[in-house]
Design a binder for this molecule. Structure first.
Ligand code: GLA
Length: 378
């Protein structure tokens, strides 16, 4: 990837820049909890976005996306928004940096990625974090990593239209090799958890259904709006901390749909804490049970699954996989599977065969390597 980028950069701009990268993420458990002030449990992965960047002394950004094979040029003022979807992310990061007082000017860039797009592995957070980190470095802004994550999140809110939580950008900025991170999205306190399932005889693997997950548009924001309505009905800022008893007490004053969505979120908060506790004891069976509970909660109550992902979760169960669930925002993308090493080969073969027989193509197998967050490359 690096060679491709530098060849293109030299061809377009006739010089050399500096290299930056930021990863996508997995999330072991804690889905749709971030914007509810709850806990998430992500880790950065070994694939992401890489960009070569050099300041160009103008007030224009000249950007080329290798994966889209497209070039875009845009200014740094609010009215200069580019039309290309991918360029909006870079523009948004520039604007959000400027809004926070960062003095920046034009630059040339070529970038590429190896996070599967639409797989629910946060390719967009990887893109945002790469540029947020790079701008801070190149312009000597010394932005702290939480602020880098907020720049990415605000880009989604203000320039893409997805009212996401902070999990993806947090994971992309704070990732640490071999560690998951439990983040409390209300206090923003977090803790690294060394995570080495292989040592305990398990593998963590993603199966990409290749159903394109797309959060832009209403379904994601709708879920968030439901949660906010219920929190307001409970007189709370967030759903975090609400109990099932409190929810049942207001059942008649909210819609059935909002009730089910809130029920999922309240259950999920407890599941994250259970999983952390179980992990500390090496109790992977409990981890797995909670993962299945999350899957069916996301499917039946939160309604962010699809038939393909439900199919993969059912096959996983039949194959004796310890834990399996939809990962990320939902509406397509991957399942994340915790599987005993000795069952791994059979699971992968069976899942491929059965899925292909039903849907005409195999799911893509993605092995997970937990890696570092946003950084400058040597
Ligand atoms: C997307 C969002 C995150 C989070 C997840 C669901 O990835 O970007 O903020 O809400 O969905 O857990």
């Amino acid at each position: 990837m690096r060679t491709k980028i530098s060849e293109k950069f030299a061809q377009l701009f006739g010089c050399e820049g500096e290299f930056f990268a930021a990863p996508g993420r997995i999330n072991l458990i804690g889905e749709h909890t971030d914007y509810n002030g709850g806990f998430v449990f992500p880790g950065a992965v070994d694939c992401g976005i890489m960009a070569e960047i050099k300041l160009n002394g103008s007030d224009k950004v000249c950007a080329y996306s290798i994966d889209m094979d497209e070039y875009a040029e845009f200014g740094l003022n609010e009215e200069d928004a580019p039309s290309q979807g991918w360029a909006k992310y870079i523009f948004g990061v520039c604007r959000e940096t400027i809004k926070r007082g960062g003095k920046i000017s034009g630059f040339n860039t070529v970038f590429a990625g190896d996070v599967p797009l639409g797989a629910g592995m946060s390719s967009s957070a990887a893109l945002e974090s790469t540029f947020a980190y790079a701008l801070s470095y190149l312009f000597g802004l010394d932005t702290d990593r939480f602020e880098l994550a907020r720049i990415g999140q605000a880009t989604e809110h203000n320039y893409i239209g997805v009212k996401c939580g902070i999990m993806d950008q947090f994971a992309s900025c704070f990732g640490k090799k071999g560690n998951l991170m439990r983040l409390d999205c209300r206090s923003m306190e977090f803790e690294y958890f060394p995570f080495d399932p292989e040592q305990h005889g398990y593998k963590l693997v993603l199966l990409n259904s290749c159903v394109k997950h797309e959060l832009v548009g209403s379904p994601y924001n709708d879920r968030r709006a439901s949660c906010e309505r219920v929190a307001a009905a409970l007189g709370q800022e967030f759903l975090r901390g609400a109990t099932m008893e409190q929810l049942d007490a207001i059942k008649d004053s909210i819609s059935d749909e909002d009730y089910r969505r809130a029920r999922y979120v309240i259950g999920e908060e407890k599941r994250v804490l259970d999983v952390c506790e179980a992990l500390e004891k090496g109790d992977y069976e409990t981890v797995g049970e909670r993962m299945y509970e999350t899957h069916w909660g996301m499917s039946k109550d939160y309604e962010v699954s699809c038939v393909e992902l439900d199919f993969l979760a059912t096959v996983a169960k039949e194959c004796g996989v310890t834990g399996c669930r939809i990962m990320g925002g939902g509406f397509g993308g991957c399942t994340i599977n915790l599987v005993k090493t000795e069952l791994y080969d059979n699971f992968i073969t069976t899942a491929k065969q059965k899925f292909a027989a039903e849907y005409g193509h195999e799911p893509k197998v993605i092995s997970v390597v937990i890696s570092d967050g946003a950084r400058k490359l040597d």
